[in-house]
Every structure is written in C-alpha cells, then in structure tokens.
Design a protein around this ligand. Structure first.
Ligand code: MG
Length: 232
C-alpha cells in the first residue's frame, strides 16, 4: 500500500511538472575525453589496438564490410564471427579529462526538462559514469544514464517522444537538445527524428531539435573543443 501511494504521488508530481524538453548528452568525447582503448584480435590472428572513436568506427566499418555484416553496430556480429573485441576500458572511466564547454551546459538544469546521458557503452559503465558526474560537481540524481550498447540513439529518441502522448495526439516533448561528437550518431538522429514521416503525426507544431556537435582539435599538446550547432 505504501508503495502504491508513493507511485501515485510520483504520478501527481509528474502531472504538476510537465516535461517538455529532453536534454540528451553522449558521454565519450562529449562530456569527457578518456584514455580508453579497444584491443581487437581478428579470426586470422591479426591484432589491432584501436585508440579512439574515429579509429573504432573505421575498424568496425572495414571489418563489417569484409565480413558482410550490415548491423548499425557490428560489434556483436563480429564477436559471433570469432573476433575477440576487448572493450573493458569502457566499463570504467579511464583517466578522464572533463570537456568543460559541455559540462557547463550539463550542470544547468532548465525547467520542465529531463536530462539523459545516452552512451553506446555497455550497461556495466553506468555506475562509474554516475560516480564521475559527482566527482566533477554534476548532481547525478538529476541525470539518468542509459547504455544503448551500440543501438541507434535515434530510435531511443523516437521511443521517448512516443512515451507520452497528450490529449491532442501530440507528444509532450517539443524540444530536444542533443550533445554528441559522433558524425554517425548525428546522421542517424537526423534521419530518425527530422526526416521520419511516421513521427510527423505526433510532433508538436513548435517541435525543435537542436544538435550541438562537439568537435575536438589539438592545439600544441592540448586538446581543445568547440561546439557547432545544427538544426533539423
Ligand atoms: Mg562520443
């Protein structure tokens, strides 16, 4: 009974605070740069160390093409084909450097918004990411971390929009702010959220998606970042 009352109270609170904005942050190379490497051994015995996101995507795309794999994320299919892919560095937050232009935005929680971190990492990373947020002064109780395990972030956003439909048949979400460094993920979200006929029916008339693309570049020995803002 107590649980029932608590659920009811939560429901009432949600009704009083309508969520209209989703803020969605990627983690790696968006919130923090980490020293995570992926070690791969192909079935032919070739060993490769992949040092960053770009190398990771290049390696996986090449291996998927070679093996005739067509998944959005080829990792699981390649493992089934005998590739040994060691991503254990991504179950922790290894030697992180905070990307402050992004975390400054993360720390400001606007009204009527809900904040998510949507990472392609596996579920084991959720605890370490929450700990890291507390370390850098982000109130982790206000952030929900979700591990997509390489699945499409565009699909997750569409599911979030469909989650609550108002009396007029439209989604309660009229604004999505998305911080991301991966070109592949940005293209996927633009395709699924911007150019999706099925979604048009539930999109509020004033719906807006703003993509903040995080771009890293080297200045001497330092890594610096800038944000490029894209629309739908
Ligand atoms: Mg990233």
């Amino acid at each position: 009974m107590k649980l029932l009352l608590e659920n009811w109270r939560k429901y009432l609170n949600e009704m009083e605070e309508p969520i209209t904005t989703l803020r969605i942050f990627d983690f790696d190379e968006t919130i923090a740069h980490t020293m995570s490497e992926t070690r791969v051994k192909a079935p032919d015995g070739t060993e490769t160390t992949v040092r960053n996101q770009q190398e990771f995507e290049e390696y996986m795309n090449a291996a998927a093409a070679k093996e005739g794999v067509e998944a959005f994320d080829a990792v699981d299919a390649l493992i089934e084909l005998g590739y040994q892919i060691d991503m254990s560095d991504f179950s922790i937050v290894k030697d992180p450097a905070e990307i402050i232009i992004v975390t400054d935005m993360l720390k400001a929680f606007p009204e009527n918004s809900k904040t998510y971190i949507l990472t392609a990492r596996r579920g084991t990373s959720i605890g370490p990411i929450l700990d890291y947020l507390d370390e850098i002064g982000v109130d982790s109780s206000q952030v929900r971390v979700m591990a997509t395990q390489g699945e499409s972030k565009g699909d997750v956003m569409v599911a979030m929009m469909k989650n609550k439909i108002m009396d007029n048949g439209k989604s309660n979400i009229n604004f999505i702010e998305y911080y991301e460094d991966s070109e592949k993920n940005i293209k996927d979200v633009q395709m699924k959220v911007c150019n999706n006929k099925e979604l048009e029916q539930i999109k509020p008339e004033d719906f807006e998606l703003v993509i903040h693309k995080v771009v890293g570049f080297d200045v001497g020995n330092d890594r610096e970042y800038k944000i490029e803002t894209l629309g739908c």
